[in-house]
Design a protein around this ligand. Structure first.
Ligand SMILES: *Cc1c(COP(=O)(O)O)cnc(C)c1O
Length: 468
């Protein structure tokens, strides 16, 4: 009986003759198509034991096609960020400037002088790239680029404080994104943590009492993603720099975002920048290139020539080194900063942070009008409206600071279903669910993506309608 039913399944060679399958073979190649068909026939054979009828040929083909399409999909894919968090680590932080992408293409599609000195025709160093630009933009004597800011901090601690104490205020023992905890980094970099002060108050005397024969360096960490309010006291950077200098200890400042031009973001709270920090007497600053700088993932170390020279000799540098694509993108991004107006216009992260709420609202309304024809579109059940929202900077910058924004709110349907459907799209659209509504913040949808996003949303709602 089962044997008979098994025989009722089509043979793989017959399926391969199918006209639709011929098109698949053109697209995906014969071997993957055969593999996918074999897979759906195998699955059908297994269910035949329990089910009465063999699946229709069209079902077998549809299943094979789904298999091929899902295999076709890259693991790392583009998504639309409708969360309103501008620098979202889960979404790759900063979108890159066009100039950076061009530079990557130029350098990576062929060979480059990554480690080659064009003047002498001899072997050169990858660590010369970007240095001049970082020095000019930050006022540092010298600089070094590594994989990310975590690597920069680890390298600084390992080089300047191996086997010694790293003095840190208890108010700055932060964890960033779950895997970067200052105490753990200090320990793994081969140093001992020397905590001073308390969570909310640290005085200069607390630091001074800890400075001694076992000290390696003083570390100041920007408490990026949280804020202590109320009965709080810290030590001025300038004072701390003077105290460290008299104790002959290097002072390292982990800036987190390292906003290059603090005056560029009017209305935002103060965010420490490399220039101000170095001018206050800090020996070495570190920051991420993919936060407020708006570049590729990288960590920048900038400071005195002596401290950078030491780090260049450290064997760990090899483990933290950056590739040519990163250096190309970083150099092109930094170049934009030589002209403030150019940077504002062409670094996407800055553009998003600086876009006026009125402009975001206009984009939200236009997208809804273009896709749905009317200002407020209702599917049979769902209702989409343009609503005011609040965006976050993200990336550990400006903790708690919200930016006035606008976006689309969907009500009348289960918001989690809308969320799932948008996420399942070929170009996944990520929003957020709040107060029983599905929300899309238009501020973080780059360059005309708002229409695309609205389209995906409407498609998702239509699919939900069909299912209901
Ligand atoms: C984000 C951040 C880091 C980690 O930087 P990555 O570039 O993600 O490695 C370290 N310190 C501070 C203060 C930060 O804000």
């Amino acid at each position: 009986m089962t044997e008979d039913r098994r025989r009722s399944l089509p043979r793989i060679d017959a399926l391969l003759e199918h006209s639709e399958v011929a098109r698949w073979i053109e697209r995906w190649g014969r071997a993957p198509v055969r593999e996918a068909l074999r897979g759906s026939l195998g699955a059908a054979r297994e269910t035949l034991a329990e089910e009465a009828a063999a699946p229709a040929e069209s079902d077998l083909l549809a299943q094979a096609r789904r298999r091929l399409e899902s295999e076709d999909r890259a693991s790392l894919r583009a998504v639309l960020n409708g969360t309103g968090v501008v620098l979202h680590t889960n979404f790759g932080r900063a979108p890159m400037a066009a100039a950076a992408l061009e530079a990557v293409h130029e350098v990576a599609s062929g060979y480059s002088n990554l480690e080659y000195d064009l003047e002498s025709g001899r072997r050169g160093s990858r660590y010369v790239h970007c240095v001049e630009l970082i020095a000019v933009l930050s006022g540092a004597e010298d600089a070094l680029v590594v994989n990310n800011n975590a690597a920069a901090v680890a390298l600084a601690i390992n080089e300047l404080s191996l086997g010694r104490e790293v003095i840190v205020s208890r108010g700055e023992l932060v964890e960033i994104g779950g895997s970067f905890r200052i105490p753990d980094i200090v320990a793994r970099a081969g140093a001992t943590l020397r905590e001073v002060g308390t969570t909310n108050r640290t005085r200069l005397a607390d630091y001074q009492q800890a400075m001694g024969r076992d000290s390696g360096l003083v570390l100041r960490v920007h408490p990026s993603n949280y804020r202590v309010e109320g009965f709080v006291a810290g030590v001025e950077l300038r004072e701390l720099a003077e105290a460290a200098k008299s104790a002959q200890l290097p002072l390292v400042h982990d800036l987190g975002s390292g906003l290059l031009m603090p005056e560029w973001l009017p209305g935002f709270p103060d965010e420490p920048g490399p220039r101000a920090s170095l001018e206050a007497g800090v020996d070495l600053v570190t920051w991420s290139a993919d936060k407020l700088l708006g570049g590729p993932q990288a960590g920048i170390l900038a400071g005195t020539a002596a401290s950078i020279a030491r780090m260049r000799q450290n064997p760990l540098l090899r483990a933290f080194r950056v590739g040519k694509m990163t250096l190309a993108a970083l150099e092109a991004t930094l170049r934009l900063y030589r002209d403030p107006a150019l940077a504002r216009d062409s670094v996407p992260a800055l553009g998003m942070l600086l876009e006026s709420p009125e402009s975001v609202e206009r984009r939200a309304r236009a997208a809804l009008r273009d896709v749905c024809g009317t200002p407020d579109r209702s599917s049979t059940r769902a209702r989409i409206e343009v609503v005011p929202l609040r965006s976050l900077v993200g990336g550990g910058s400006f903790p708690g600071h919200e930016i006035e924004s606008w976006g689309l709110a969907v009500s009348g349907v289960n918001p989690d279903d809308v969320d799932d459907a948008c996420r399942a799209h070929r170009l996944p659209l990520i929003g957020r669910v709040e107060d029983g509504k599905f929300l899309l913040d238009v501020r973080t949808l780059v360059n005309g993506q708002e229409a695309r996003a609205t389209h995906i949303l409407v498609e998702a709602l239509a699919a939900l309608d069909e299912r209901a």
